[in-house]
Design a protein. Structure first.
Length: 255
């Protein structure tokens, strides 16, 4: 087996949450190009369909279905729907997330709860649903999308709910990795820095100093620069890695 074969996802079945745009769409494409059969979930049917269409136009097959991950049965629907469509599930990429910028003293309880519901509770429930399936079928790889916001405090905007949620994602990742190693389930997190998506307005002048100039590489990333690391974490190329948080940030957290 050559070294590049260890990155191959041929024969693997992968589910990506929040795959209709931004980082999630790049992850869907990357996993599919590496050989996996891929399904993704998100809420917006139109955006799901246009993402599937754009991928198909680029020669990449993926299936999408609508799930609101904060609904009571969202995570179980997502995992059962992927298992049904793909014939099993070997890889879960928990990517769906939201960020709200607001100073701490102005955050209403409902907003705090919503950010934590999407970024942490839904991700946890996805891990539990997929973990149960993977335990029964001999193992798998879970990749949780964290953030450098668990390691630094972003400026100039304040976003304590997001930062707290991503720190919890990292520690949950380590906890599940320790507990599920005996089931052959690896659980790792990826912590990106600033990436140009709808979530991160990287071109806005008021963010330039702190988001761009403060990073040693003095630029943001494009989603396709982050996707290869997800392929790595999903694949046998990272077979001895579990409970790790892989930072990919142009050097941002170095200072
Ligand atoms: P986007 O806002 O571009 O995309 C978010 C995705 O999540 C969409 O596909 C959205 O689809 C989906 N989503 C949101 N809420 C739900 C829900 N309740 N149920 C199902 N799907 C949902 O974000 P990014 O691509 O920028 O971010 C992706 C991940 O990467 C997030 O976890 C984010 O925190 C993380 N990250 C991003 C960074 C950046 O600079 N962009 C940096 C570090 C981490 P829909 O609205 O149709 O449901």
């Amino acid at each position: 087996m050559s070294i590049l074969d260890t990155f191959s996802l041929a024969g693997k079945r992968a589910l990506v949450t929040g795959g209709n745009r931004g980082l999630g769409l790049a992850f869907v494409r990357g996993l599919a190009e590496a050989g996996a059969d891929v399904a993704f979930v998100a809420r917006d049917a139109q955006r799901n369909a246009s993402a599937v269409g754009a991928l198909a136009a680029a020669g990449v097959q993926a299936q999408a279905f609508e799930v609101d991950l904060v609904s009571d049965d969202g995570p179980t629907q997502a995992v059962a729907g992927a298992v049904e469509r793909l014939g099993g599930l070997d890889i879960l990429v928990n990517n769906a997330g939201i960020a709200v910028h607001r100073p701490a003293l102005e955050i209403p309880d409902a907003e705090w709860d919503f950010v934590l519901d999407v970024n942490l509770r839904a991700l946890w429930r996805m891990c539990r649903a997929a973990g149960a399936h993977m335990k029964d079928t001999g193992g798998g790889s879970i990749v949780n999308i964290g953030s450098i916001s668990s390691l630094i405090v972003n400026r100039p905007q304040w976003q304590p709910s997001y930062n707290a949620s991503k720190a919890a994602v990292h520690q949950l990742t380590k906890s599940l990795a320790a507990e599920w190693a005996e089931y052959n389930i690896r659980v790792n997190a990826l912590a990106p820095g600033y990436v140009k998506t709808e979530m991160a307005a990287v071109d806005e002048p008021q963010f330039r100093q702190h988001w761009i100039e403060d990073a040693p590489m003095k630029r943001y990333a494009l989603p396709e620069e982050i996707a290869p690391s997800v392929v790595y974490l999903a694949s046998d190329a990272s077979s001895f890695m579990t409970g790790s948080v892989v930072v990919i940030d142009g050097g941002y957290v170095l200072h």
